[in-house]
Ligand binder design. Structure first.
Ligand code: HAM
Length: 363
């Protein structure tokens, strides 16, 4: 994307200021690898002007020059949705409910949903001034002493002890919402209550991007002990389309970090891909032909190479997590049979080679 698309989403944020992979291409254009998907969808919306409400989903690689650690990568993938063209709070409920359903269906056993409202351009300026005044009287970390005026809300996100102390008694946006923002927030909460979706109000929640207005939220898995553990987040961005040159159009969406979702799901996310392991102690021709046959019939199969011993091949089958071993030794080769061994309980029987496929599809 043109770098300008992202510069508008948060000049005061780490994502834009420090973490963007940007460069000049061979045509001299200043471009960036996208750090997230929302700004790109908004850019496409402005470019193509689809009818509203416009609902889109996407899966995109996202690049952020962060310090890599568990669950935090320089290239991650986001699954996102964006719903553009309505400021109805019931749409916020719909988007959040969709993400709740997604986490459940994906198998994240337990998660918490944190929710807040960041106000709009009516009530936010006054609140910002209030926060700024508060921060001016307190000690902040080295970075925020000079930068807090760019966006004082960022100080809530800072983990350094001075900033944590400074924001402890700081005013919070939810207590300074204008009447329409309060009504919007109440309706969102009532909608979540009505659908039985549990949430925690987090008055200190700030997101890492600057385009948010009103409803914002973040999901974290319970029991995954990492500082960077949010498995998804999002919110409203009622000014973004306009800031990118489009007509005044509200929007809301979320992004799920696919790698983090998989981490949260744990072992259940990585069942063995291999179902059948072909073990051949007669030289490998049978393994070659049978593995190919199974694969053409859509059965995930593998084999060992280099004419290894029966024991070594069975060990490889085990390591692959296969449910079934098809064993061909000298007897089977002579009789045109295959020994089908159930690797979960060790039971086995010989079947004619011609019946192997039927045998496996009936299982
Ligand atoms: P975000 O919270 O910056 O929001 O990222 C969304 C999700 O992407 C995070 O909750 C996390 O799971 C994952 N994620 C972010 N950075 C990394 C990383 N370095 N390594 C691994 N996973 C990561 C957005 O990007 C917004 N576009 C979401 C949105 C959509 N808001 C409105 N619509």
């Amino acid at each position: 994307e043109d770098i300008g698309v992202f510069q508008r989403i948060g000049e005061s944020t780490d994502v834009v200021r420090k973490e963007m992979y940007d460069f000049h291409d061979k045509g001299g254009r200043h471009i960036a690898l996208r750090p997230e998907g929302t700004a790109s969808v908004a850019r496409a919306f402005v470019e193509h002007r689809p009818t509203v409400p416009f609902k889109a989903w996407y899966a995109t690689p996202s690049f952020r020059y962060e310090a890599p650690q568990a669950g935090r990568f320089r290239q991650h993938h986001q699954l996102g949705v964006e719903a553009i063209g309505s400021s109805d709070p019931d749409l916020d409920v719909e988007v959040i409910a969709l993400l709740v359903e997604f986490h459940r269906a994906a198998g994240v056993a337990q998660f918490t949903l944190r929710l807040t409202s960041l106000g709009d351009d009516v009530c936010r300026p006054a609140y910002r001034a209030l926060l700024e005044a508060h921060l001016a009287t307190t000690e902040l970390c080295g970075e925020h002493t000079t930068r807090y005026k760019d966006n004082p809300l960022r100080v809530f996100d800072c983990k350094r002890p001075e900033c944590v102390a400074a924001t402890k008694d700081a005013p919070v946006q939810v207590e300074h919402l204008c009447e329409p923002c309060t009504a919007h927030y109440q309706r969102v909460k009532a909608g979540l209550d009505a659908l039985g979706i549990a949430y925690e109000e987090d008055r200190r929640l700030v997101r890492g991007l600057d385009y948010y207005t009103r409803t914002t939220f973040e999901f974290s898995p319970v029991g995954v002990d990492a500082a960077q553990n949010a498995i998804g987040g999002g919110g409203r961005y009622d000014k973004l389309i306009e800031e990118l040159g489009g007509p005044s159009t509200p929007g809301i969406g979320f992004g799920v970090g696919i790698e983090r979702e998989l981490l949260a799901i744990g072992d259940a996310a990585t069942p063995s891909a291999i179902r059948v392991f072909v073990v051949d102690t007669t030289g490998g021709e049978h393994a070659r032909d049978l593995t190919a046959l199974l694969r053409t019939h859509g059965i995930a199969a593998d084999r060992a190479f280099d004419q290894r011993s029966l024991k070594a091949q069975l060990k490889a089958a085990d390591r692959a997590g296969a449910a079934v071993a098809l064993i061909i030794g000298p007897d089977e080769a002579t009789n045109q049979t295959v020994t089908v061994r159930d690797l979960t309980n060790g039971e086995q029987r010989q079947v004619p080679r011609a019946d192997v496929l039927a045998e496996l599809t009936n299982q």
